[in-house]
Design a protein around this ligand. Structure first.
Ligand code: LMR
Length: 392
């Protein structure tokens, strides 16, 4: 039977990690997979995480099973940051479960939507490539619209047309902030309109919030999510701590359900638990426990928020530096200055992207997406010069 399987290509984004690692050139630049890098190019463990991990080692008395919902202390501790400190459960209508990273949360959200009868999900493209893979794997139809215009603005007309065509049993996938891959986010005024459009069309929103704190800060980055939740009766939220706590390989995420009432909420979560049990039984504990220990301790929370601020400031400094350069060959770098989060997309052809890799040791996704955090004072000049060479 097994020989019936066809060879699959490696995941294009994750394959870049190995390709870059194998490149012997000293001046190579990794702008591929989305991890934060310091000005020295490293991705260190947060100080707050190190302290929490030590605390975990010192105090954890058992590694016995928890259950398919994982560490509910972790799930609840995040809620004031995501949904607002005033009313984090939105009157008891929100509850969550831990999930293996943002990917596990998105997968569970889509699987739940499908179980509830959603057959089609609307999504702006380009998007994080794994969104489409998860939809395809779960057999949910992707209905696409254009996320951004050529001028680098969100394409509100395309979104309005898409929502106009959508039917009440459809869902819509929205990036809460720091759009991956474009870095082009909806403005608060646009979120206000989107919330109303989604509510009027009776669509189920699935909001993927994977970069909270890396755009304009923890509160500002939740504006879109909170605005949509205030307008609709129900929603699914996929949350990742992999970036804003730097937990990448530890796979730390959560899925939250907002339901019209507590009775529906319990039923949805029972389905979430059943799906989780069949998929991964329960999420890995370590990272979620470390995040919980941070959020239960005011001093560690302050340290974490400070480290997150430092990350955001550095990413925005690199963006400002790129914008100051103006152009690299035919490429206008100015818009990168006002985009958000780790990513932006450069208008490069596949040949130009391969040439940057082969001739200059610069690694980026095949979409032209660059990880802004991969640029440092030590490599930004080379990057801009090489970009100018290939795009001249
Ligand atoms: C990315 O887009 O680079 C990250 O979200 C990592 C991943 O899992 O793709």
């Amino acid at each position: 039977m097994l020989s019936n399987l066809e060879q699959q290509p490696a995941d294009a984004l994750l394959a870049l990690i190995k390709l870059h690692g194998d490149d012997p050139r000293a001046d190579k630049i990794d702008l591929g997979v989305g991890v934060y890098r310091t000005g020295q190019g490293g991705t260190p463990v947060f100080g707050a995480i190190k302290a929490a991990e030590q605390k975990l080692i010192d105090t954890q008395t058992s590694k016995s099973y928890l259950g398919p919902e994982g560490d509910m202390g972790f799930v609840h501790a995040l809620m004031p940051y995501i949904f607002g400190a005033e009313n984090p459960t939105i009157d008891g209508r929100i509850e969550g479960m831990q999930a293996p990273g943002g990917t596990g949360a998105v997968r569970l959200a889509v699987a739940l939507a499908k179980r509830a009868g959603v057959a089609r999900i609307w999504m702006g493209l380009p998007s994080w490539p794994n969104h489409a893979q998860i939809l395809g794997d779960l057999g949910v139809e992707l209905k696409s619209f254009t996320h951004a215009t050529k001028a680098g603005l969100t394409d509100m007309d395309a979104l309005r047309v898409a929502i106009g065509l959508a039917q009440p049993a459809d869902a819509i996938m929205l990036h809460g902030c720091c759009h991956n891959p474009t870095g082009i986010d909806y403005t608060p005024a646009q979120w206000d309109e989107i919330a109303q459009l989604v509510a009027d069309a009776q669509l189920l929103p699935i909001i993927d919030l994977a970069y909270q704190g890396l755009g304009h800060g923890m509160e500002a980055d939740a504006y879109g999510l909170r605005t949509v939740l205030a307008a609709v009766p129900e929603a699914l939220i996929a949350y990742s701590c992999d970036k804003n706590f730097g937990m990448y390989r530890d796979r730390v995420g959560a899925i939250y359900v907002m339901a019209p009432d507590g009775e529906v909420l319990r039923r949805v979560l029972s389905n979430g638990c059943a799906l989780a049990r069949a998929a991964w039984s329960m999420p890995p504990d370590h990272g979620g426990a470390a995040v919980r220990l941070i959020l239960e301790d005011p001093a560690l929370t302050a340290l974490w928020l400070d480290e997150l601020d430092t990350m955001r400031r550095r990413v925005n400094q690199v963006r400002a530096r790129l914008a100051e350069r103006g152009r690299a060959g035919t490429i206008d770098l100015v818009p990168l200055g006002h985009q958000n989060g780790l990513f932006s997309v450069l208008p490069l052809s596949p040949e130009q992207i391969l040439k940057l890799r082969a001739d200059h040791g610069i690694y980026m996704a095949g979409s032209g997406r660059i990880n802004i955090a991969g640029l440092t004072a030590g490599n930004i000049d080379k990057f801009v010069a090489d970009l100018a060479t290939v795009s001249a």
